[in-house]
Design a protein around this ligand. Structure first.
Ligand code: GRG
Length: 304
C-alpha cells in the first residue's frame, strides 16, 4: 500500500509524536539561560536540544505503549536516559577522548563553548538525570519504582555499562580485538543504555510478569548490540563515501569496529540475526509487540 496508508505510516507518525514529546519534556526540565550561571545553562541547552534521533527516550515510550503505560508516567525516565546519553556524547567529544569538532552537524560543546564548560555540562546532565528519577512529577509515585529506575540507569551508566565500555573502547585503540571483545565493548558502551531504556519503562508497569520482564530483557539486549553494529556499518559506508573523515576525530580512525574485526558481510548477518532474535523475543502473551517490532525495524534496519 502507499506509505501514507500502511502500518509503517502510522508508526512513523507515532515516532514523530514521541520525538516531539521528548523535545518538549526535556526543554521544560533543563535550566533556563535567564538563571546564573547562564553560560553553563546555555551550553547545557545547546548540548541536549535541537538534534539527535532520540532513540533511547522513544524506546521508553514504545515499551510503555507495548505495556499500556500512560506516557505521563514515563516522561521522567525518558528524559533521564536521554540526559545520560547527551552527557556521554559531550564527554566523548572532548580532546581527552575522541577529540571531535562536530556533533549532529554543529560544533561540539567544547568547541562552541570551552573544555571546562563541556566537562561541567556532562557532570550537570548526569546528576540531573538522577534528580528527575528521584523527584520529578513525570515518574510513577511509588518510591520503590523510583529506586528501581535509579538502579537500572546507574548500573547501565557505570563501569559495567557505558563508562566501562568507553574504557574498553579507549584501551582498544591501535590494538587487535577478537569479535567477542568487540561485542563486549559494544554491549557495554551502547547496549547497556538501550537496555536500560526498555527496562526502565518495564519497571513503571504495575504487576509485570517475570515472563514479560525476561522477554523485554532479551529484546533489549538484541537491539542494543544490533544498533551499534548498524552504526559501525553506516560509518563504513560513510567512510567510503567521504574518504577520510574531516571531523577531527583522529583517534576514532584507529578504533576496532564490528566490521573491521568481523568483516562487513558477517556484521550484516549478525545484525539480521539479532533483529530476528529481538522480534522472536516479543512473541509472548500480554505484550503488544507492534510498537517494539517497529522500533527494531527503525533502529536496526533504519527503515523509517
Ligand atoms: C564518556 C562515559 C562516556 C561514555 C561515552 C556513548 C559513548 C560513550 C560515546 C559516543 C560515541 C559513540 C559513537 C558511541 C556509540 C553509541 C552511539 C551509536 C552513539 C550515537 O547515538 P545516537 O545515534 O546519536 O543515538 P543521536 O545524535 O541520534 O542522539
Amino acid at each position: 500500500p502507499p506509505l501514507a496508508e500502511g502500518p509503517q505510516a502510522s508508526f512513523a507518525a507515532q515516532l514523530k509524536g514521541w520525538q516531539a514529546r521528548i523535545e518538549h519534556e526535556l526543554s521544560a526540565r533543563l535550566p533556563s539561560i535567564d538563571v546564573q550561571p547562564s553560560r553553563l545553562h546555555e551550553a547545557i541547552r545547546y548540548s541536549v536540544l535541537g538534534g539527535g534521533k532520540r532513540v533511547r527516550p522513544t524506546l521508553v515510550y514504545a515499551t510503555g505503549a507495548a505495556l499500556g503505560i500512560p506516557e505521563s508516567n514515563l516522561d521522567a525516565a525518558a528524559c533521564a536516559v536521554e540526559l545520560i546519553h547527551a552527557y556521554s556524547l559531550v564527554h566523548d567529544d572532548l580532546p581527552a577522548m575522541d577529540n571531535d569538532d562536530l556533533r549532529r552537524g554543529r560544533p561540539t560543546c567544547h568547541k562552541a563553548f570551552d573544555e571546562a564548560t563541556a566537562i561541567l555540562v556532562g557532570d550537570s546532565l548526569q546528576v540531573l538525570a538522577f534528580e528527575l528519577l528521584a523527584s520529578d512529577a513525570g515518574a510513577p509515585a511509588d518510591p520503590a519504582v523510583r529506586l528501581k529506575l535509579v538502579q537500572l540507569l546507574a548500573v547501565a551508566s557505570g563501569t559495567n555499562g557505558m563508562a566501562g565500555g568507553q574504557a574498553l573502547d579507549l584501551a582498544a585503540i591501535g590494538r587487535k580485538l577478537s569479535v567477542a571483545d568487540v561485542e563486549e565493548m559494544h554491549v557495554r558502551k551502547t547496549g547497556a543504555l538501550i537496555h536500560a531504556a526498555v527496562m526502565m519503562a518495564a519497571a513503571c508497569a504495575p504487576h509485570l510478569s517475570e515472563t514479560i520482564w525476561r522477554a523485554l530483557e532479551d529484546y533489549a539486549r538484541a537491539i542494543g548490540l544490533a544498533f551499534q553494529i548498524q552504526d559501525d556499518l553506516l560509518d563504513v559506508e560513510g567512510d567510503v563515501a567521504v574518504i577520510g573523515k574531516a571531523t577531527g576525530a583522529d583517534r576514532a580512525l584507529d578504533k576496532p569496529t564490528y566490521p573491521s574485526v568481523a568483516g562487513v558481510e558477517t556484521s550484516r548477518q549478525r545484525m539480521q540475526e539479532l533483529h530476528a532474535r529481538a522480534l522472536a523475543a516479543l512473541e509472548v502473551s500480554g505484550l503488544q509487540a507492534a510498537p517494539l517490532a517497529a522500533m527494531s525495524d527503525w533502529l536496526v534496519l533504519r527503515k523509517y
